[in-house]
Design a protein around this ligand. Structure first.
Ligand code: PLP
Length: 456
């Protein structure tokens, strides 16, 4: 019987998986302990597994299935393009209509002045492109030494050498020789965990001014760019205080440092606008895109680049690109996704229906004795778990233990919430309805109760 038939017993699938499949960010012990969960189908906001459970996916896969699972139109778009032209490259003076159409559509949706797209296969690849592009830009402008990039601790920008180096995950930097030279990290604007007694507004300014100090230390003539997500996602949904981004913007302008807004999670409606930069009032020179670009139906990422940088880069041969840059099937699928987002007014649904309903539910979950607060921006949120709400204290046990327990309790209650350390992450498909948010609330409360009881 074919493995793809979904009819093999779960134990057999788990054994084959354990024998041959190496998983990202997973230890083998973890897999052996519980057995890997085999996901078989998706429809709307629900997943099915090989045991027949119906699981509400409050993570949109990995923050990406913005339009929900099981969209026939996406299948048709992929099939049409596969029949027509399954692959051609965009090197050597060639192009094809899906890449042209998608680039043009993205230029239409992006903030003013961002009119050019360099395609990649993923967010990691796109951020590697950005690193090389900003360095090449300054070199072509006669300032090759303006090559250092500043990022933030606990940021996630991907797993490749460049993107992983720009990320600020210390546990990633412990492996494989990261960060590469020329990358620097300042503290993140995480008031909940690091703000102490200070007012959030003061804390936001203090954290932004670390960028000023770091640029002064390195010399503005040596700093190419600052990279950050509008709202840090995989770091734990860290919504910066309102004072943070205006100050960052001012500092970058003062020192002539480029801003790369990593929109891999925030883009395509997650924060209630097309891009998180619009929600947070940022004026980036480059935006990194992936995930919601195709709602995860096909692997595609890219960089949306401002006119000034594109003009310089296009004037030379930029010796960079990927076999799958602008892959025709992925581009056609992404374009269909953008059409669905527009034709179904999904951003209006987020702003008027889903985000307010989610906020209401989060306020209820935020009252749970295990939850120390609510971090939320549109349709991305986190609930930090704490043994003591008033002081926002950490647990005495290792960080992540309570979060892991809660994630497992979610699984047991047919819900996917991911944990980052001891924060529970919520990032559901944007099309989620108020009724489905009620189901999420019931299951999340039960998972929190179960975790609370187990911790006692
Ligand atoms: N940037 C951000 C903000 C991300 O969240 C991610 C992935 O989670 C990436 C970049 C890397 O994207 P990919 O996994 O497609 O390489």
């Amino acid at each position: 019987m074919s493995i793809l038939s979904n009819q093999l017993p779960t134990a057999e699938l788990q054994a084959l998986d354990a024998a041959h499949h190496m998983h990202p960010f997973t230890t083998n012990d973890e897999l052996k302990e519980r057995g890997v969960r085999v996901i078989t189908r998706g429809k709307g906001v629900y997943l099915s597994d090989s045991e027949g459970n119906q699981i509400l996916d409050a993570m949109s896969g990995l923050w990406c299935v913005n339009i929900g699972y099981g969209r026939e139109r996406m299948v048709q778009a992929a099939a049409r393009q596969m029949m027509e032209l399954p692959f051609y490259n965009t090197f050597f003076n060639t192009t094809h209509t899906p890449a042209i159409a998608l680039a043009a559509e993205l230029a239409k949706l992006a903030p003013e002045g961002l009119n050019h797209v360099f395609f990649a296969g993923s967010g990691s690849e796109a951020n590697d492109t950005n690193l090389r592009m900003v360095r090449t830009y300054w070199a072509e402008k006669g300032q090759p030494q303006k090559s250092h990039v500043i990022s933030r601790k606990n940021a996630y920008h991907g797993s490749s050498m460049g993107s992983g180096s720009m990320g600020g995950m210390s546990y990633m930097h412990e492996q494989g020789g990261m960060p590469i030279p020329g990358i620097h990290h300042i503290d993140q604007p995480d008031w909940w965990a690091e703000g102490g007694d200070s007012a959030p507004e003061d804390f936001g300014l203090e954290r932004a001014r670390q960028l000023d100090a770091k640029i002064e230390e390195l010399g503005a003539e040596n700093v190419a760019a600052f990279i950050a997500e509008p709202v840090q996602g995989a770091g734990g949904v860290i919504v910066p205080p309102a004072t943070y981004w205006p100050e960052i913007q001012r500092i970058c302008e003062k020192h002539n440092v480029l801003i790369i807004a990593d929109e891999v999670i925030c883009g395509f409606g997650r924060t209630g606008n097309w891009f998180g930069s619009q929600t947070l009032g940022i004026k980036p020179h480059i935006m990194t895109i992936a995930k919601g670009l195709s709602s995860g139906y096909a692997p595609i990422g890219g960089s949306i680049v401002c006119d000034e940088i594109a003009e310089v880069i296009n004037a030379v041969e930029f010796n960079h690109g990927y076999t799958y840059s602008g892959h025709p099937v992925c581009a056609a699928v992404a374009l269909e996704n953008l059409h669905i987002l527009q034709e179904e007014n999904i951003l209006d649904h987020v702003r008027d229906v889903a985000a307010p309903a989610l906020r209401e539910t989060l306020d209820v979950l935020g009252q749970h004795p295990l939850v120390g607060g609510v971090n939320v921006c549109g349709m991305m949120a986190s609930l930090p778990l704490t043994p003591h709400r008033e002081s926002r204290a950490k647990f005495a046990m290792d960080t992540g233990t309570a979060g892991f327990m809660c994630r497992e309790a979610c699984f047991a209650n047919d819900l996917v919430m991911r944990h980052v350390g001891d924060r529970m992450i919520i990032s559901p498909p944007l099309v989620i309805t108020p009724d489905e948010i009620d189901v999420f609330r019931t299951r999340a409360l039960k998972a929190l109760d179960d975790t609370y009881a187990a911790l006692k």
